[in-house]
Ligand binder design. Structure first.
Ligand SMILES: [Zn+2]
Length: 139
């Protein structure tokens, strides 16, 4: 399948990993700039696109307010936050991360919107200690 959902290995030759931040929407004025976020210790450091997709899915699943909403493009009701929706989002996040790109995801929760910032950063620009990739993953 061609298109935006293709999973590639571009992230490898771009030499990136990701710094992940979980912030309430009410706090995002001060976090608006990428450089400000990157100067802050991340909530998680993610080594590969699967870890990115897992992290986003885990935090989305734990917090999202499930509801039904009308999808004009599809002319049908869709369930926001159900298993099918989460699986589709996960696949999209995996594809985006595999290109070595950053991801920004808003999660509607019962108490307001949570923003997930997952910043791609090249290994050479990272100022935080890079975690051990673990057995079998070492270059
Ligand atoms: Zn880093």
């Amino acid at each position: 399948m061609a298109g935006p959902l293709v999973v590639s290995d571009a992230w490898r030759w771009r030499g990136v990993h990701w710094h992940a931040y979980l912030l309430p929407r009410s706090d995002t004025a001060r976090w608006r700039y990428r450089h400000v976020r990157l100067e802050t210790a991340p909530d998680a450091v993610l080594a590969d696109p699967v870890a990115v997709a897992d992290w986003i899915e885990r935090h989305t699943r734990a917090r999202i307010q499930r509801r039904r909403t009308w999808a004009p493009a599809e002319q049908r009701w869709v369930s926001c936050g159900d298993a099918e929706e989460l699986a589709r989002a996960r696949r999209m996040h995996l594809a985006i991360a595999s290109r070595g790109d950053s991801l920004y995801v808003d999660v509607p929760t019962a108490s307001g919107v949570i923003c997930l910032f997952v910043e791609a950063i090249s290994d050479e620009h990272c100022t935080h200690p890079y975690p051990d990739p673990g057995p079998g993953e070492a270059a």
